[in-house]
Design a protein around this ligand. Structure first.
Ligand SMILES: *Cc1c(COP(=O)(O)O)cnc(C)c1O
Length: 342
């Protein structure tokens, strides 16, 4: 009898059900004018361009979480986020594209007007529940409460936490690393680092698992734009281990090997900064690519800070900026005012 084939971690990753709402691979291209401006070859991975409801990094996580939810016969997504949550909006979009309902638990009072992501939530037909200013753990508990409420009504809800950074959601970025790896190989590129914005940790954790699975040596730098964890590196590592375990991968990695660029003094989650605004202007005015003051603009500012401090290596190898999306928040007057003077 032939010995039974036991699937490898990458085979297990490939076999996970997908919602099919993304258009992958997302583009990877060189930034000509921006690179000249900053004196280093910078490439960009365009997760701001990838499928339903104007894209963003959460699409990769919801792709797996809702792919599994459909397989499990669920009918309603319950998820959560900040007042201008990209994650909740993306969850609602993927759910809608699958014929599922969605309930979004949002950390703010009900606003007079629905702008930015909230406008899209309304357009997609999501049910919005404004719960006032709650912490991330409180929001996750509220999700569990709504799930219990819907289940008692005979619905079949599926929960996704803040940022959709569950272990399964995280594996969306393990797949994404494989996508980037193939693009780098095809372009003959060996970047010194991949830099991206990080908050709930799933993006970074997933990339760490993907790097281990692909066995490629590239620095991965998480720019902390307002971590959900007490210690961001440890939080990402714990999440990476949980995600790796789902595909049977042993992750030999220590917290010291998880690279986090901390926020500058005085910076807070959701608070626009002069440094981020300058980075947003530079990319917009050299390449016509739009980033935002809460997430991707802060990641880009972190990249420029590292570059100026000589902390991205001096070998002149290219650097990849992973654009995680999020420009929707600009269409909220609060954030609009941080990037253009009325
Ligand atoms: C959520 C988000 C991030 C951070 O990703 P995590 O996986 O939560 O760390 C970065 N950029 C944008 C635009 C986001 O919405």
């Amino acid at each position: 009898m032939a010995p039974q084939h036991s699937p490898s971690p990458l085979e297990r990753l490939a076999a996970l059900p997908s919602a099919g709402a993304g258009h992958w691979p997302t583009p990877l291209h060189r930034l000509e004018r921006f690179s000249r401006e900053v004196g280093r070859e910078i490439w960009i991975k365009r997760d701001d361009v990838q499928g339903v409801a104007l894209a963003g990094n959460k699409l990769r996580k919801f792709d797996l979480v809702l792919g599994q939810a459909v397989a499990d016969g669920c009918d309603t997504l319950v998820t959560t986020g900040a007042g201008q949550s990209n994650s909740a909006r993306t969850g609602a979009a993927v759910a809608t594209a699958l014929g599922m309902a969605s309930v979004l638990v949002l950390s703010r009072e009900r606003p007079a007007d629905l702008t930015g992501n909230l406008l899209l939530d309304g357009l997609l037909g999501a049910e919005l529940r404004f719960v006032g200013d709650l912490s991330w753990p409180e929001l996750n508990r509220e999700v569990e409460r709504v799930v219990a409420e819907l289940a008692a009504e005979g619905r079949r809800p599926v929960a996704a936490p803040v940022g959709c950074s569950s272990a399964l959601g995280t594996l969306g970025f393990t797949r994404a690393f494989g996508e980037l790896d193939a693009q780098l190989a095809a372009a003959g590129l060996e970047p010194s680092a991949v830099v991206h914005t990080s908050t709930s940790g799933g993006t970074h954790a997933g990339l760490l698992v993907g790097r281990a699975a692909a066995d490629r040596a590239v620095r991965l730098v998480a720019v902390d734009a307002g971590s959900s964890f007490a210690d961001h590196a440890t939080g990402c590592l714990v999440l990476a281990r949980e995600a790796a375990a789902l595909i049977g991968l042993d992750l030999a990695l220590t917290a010291a090997e998880v690279e986090v660029e901390p926020p500058p003094p005085g910076d807070r989650y959701g608070l626009p900064s002069a440094e981020a605004t300058a980075a947003i202007h530079l990319l917009a005015r050299t390449e016509a690519i739009v980033t935002d003051p809460v997430y991707s603009g802060k990641g880009l500012a972190g990249l420029l800070r590292l570059l100026r401090a000589g902390r991205l290596g001096d070998d002149g190898r290219p650097v990849v900026f992973w654009h995680t999306g999020g420009y929707h928040a600009l269409f909220d007057p609060h954030y609009a005012a941080s990037v253009v003077t009325p």
